[in-house]
Design a protein around this ligand. Structure first.
Ligand SMILES: Nc1nc2c(ncn2[C@@H]2O[C@H](COP(=O)(O)OP(=O)(O)OP(=O)(O)O)[C@@H](O)[C@H]2O)c(=O)[nH]1
Length: 332
């Protein structure tokens, strides 16, 4: 299940439960003739229902839907206003579900901030109206609930982040994997089109990788691949990104780098790898296929294919070489 789907489900369930809870409160208050509380509950139930509808409408971009904050600010300030105007101690119990709702729906920082903003005035009202001992118990309970819910939300965020990191990282080399390459390359292409800055890429393959595997085994090739990843991280500059494609190929995205620049960095990579003394194989070389974004390169496939074909061309010219394949000229 994707993160967006999980969020949509959590938000729908949280809003639905809150609506149900508040609707039951509304009915009870109607039964006992507490009309002010009945109207308050109706208003809050309408907002949580609106939250559910909004969750459904924004189900494809749930992670960045700003409307939840507005709905929850409405719910929180409604409750503060009700506590200030209605002299009914029961309203303070409504804070609990609202605290949980804030933390289930909003990003952690927003959820905690809004909950504290709810707790400050309501605690002052509770202290002013309830016997001191009761007020201390109620406020401590609310703080405990807020702490527990915040810790849970923080733990969940960390787990989601680790899962995301694992999904985009190659377990052997620690570099980004092919899945993340297309996502980043598409963003860089859009940025280059919008700003007019040059963008270059390099497809880089270890020469004679099959023979290395035959001689040193899969583990030997993986050790070489890992060492070469570390070496490449040391050569490229900040802002460049490195991806491992399979057990013997790398891909580099070089933003703000024109044709002359990619030729310089490709030659530097070729030379430093050829000169390095590799632990597994001694000497090892690479073939590099380079290209820069040209007119009509609006999608990742064309750049990736041109870089790959250029790498094959470099191989045909003999190992330990770089080949540049130009894109269509971009008119100024
Ligand atoms: N993306 C990228 N481009 C590089 C890198 N190294 C060199 N280049 C390109 O090659 C050009 C010339 O690089 P150098 O020979 O190192 O000269 P430089 O004047 O020190 O380059 P700057 O890093 O721009 O100051 C740069 O302007 C870049 O376009 C690198 O690590 N990454």
């Amino acid at each position: 299940m994707t993160e967006t789907r999980l969020r949509t489900l959590t938000h729908s369930a949280a809003y639905a439960l809150a609506t149900l809870f508040i609707a039951v409160l509304a009915l009870q208050n109607l039964r006992y003739g507490f009309y002010d509380l009945f109207y308050l509950a109706c208003g809050m139930a309408a907002l949580t229902l609106a939250g559910n509808v909004y969750t459904f409408i924004c189900r494809r971009h749930q992670l960045s839907a700003p409307g939840h904050l507005i709905i929850l600010i409405g719910l929180n300030s409604g409750l503060v206003a009700a506590m200030a105007t209605l002299d009914n101690p029961d309203v303070s119990h409504w804070i609990m579900p609202l605290l949980v709702l804030n933390l289930l729906i909003l990003p952690l920082r927003q959820g905690v901030t809004l909950s504290l903003l709810l707790l400050l005035p309501t605690s002052a009202l509770i202290i002013g109206r309830q016997p001191y001992a009761d007020a201390v118990i109620i406020i401590s309970g609310l703080l405990l609930l807020l702490t527990a819910a915040s810790l849970y939300a923080w733990h969940y965020d960390n787990m989601a982040q680790s899962a995301e990191d694992l999904a985009i990282t190659d377990p052997v080399t620690g570099a980004h994997n092919a899945r993340f390459l297309d996502e980043t390359l598409q963003k860089e292409i859009s940025r280059a089109i919008a700003t007019g800055h040059p963008l270059s890429v390099i497809n880089l393959g270890i020469d004679y990788a099959d023979q290395v595997e035959d001689l040193h085994g899969k583990a030997g090739l993986q050790t070489l691949f890992r060492a070469m990843t570390e070496h490449l991280f040391g050569v490229i500059r900040a802002g460049d990104t490195l991806y491992t494609l399979n057990n013997s190929e790398f891909f580099l995205i070089l933003p703000f780098t024109p044709e002359e620049g990619v030729r310089v960095i490709a030659e530097r990579i070729r030379r430093t790898i050829a000169e390095h003394d590799w632990h597994v194989t001694g000497k090892t070389t690479v073939s590099l296929g380079c290209t820069s974004r040209g007119a009509g390169d609006t999608r990742t496939d064309s750049l990736r294919k041109r870089a790959h074909d250029a790498m094959e061309e470099a191989r045909r010219k003999g190992a330990d070489s770089a080949w540049f394949s130009p894109g269509a000229p971009i008119s100024a």
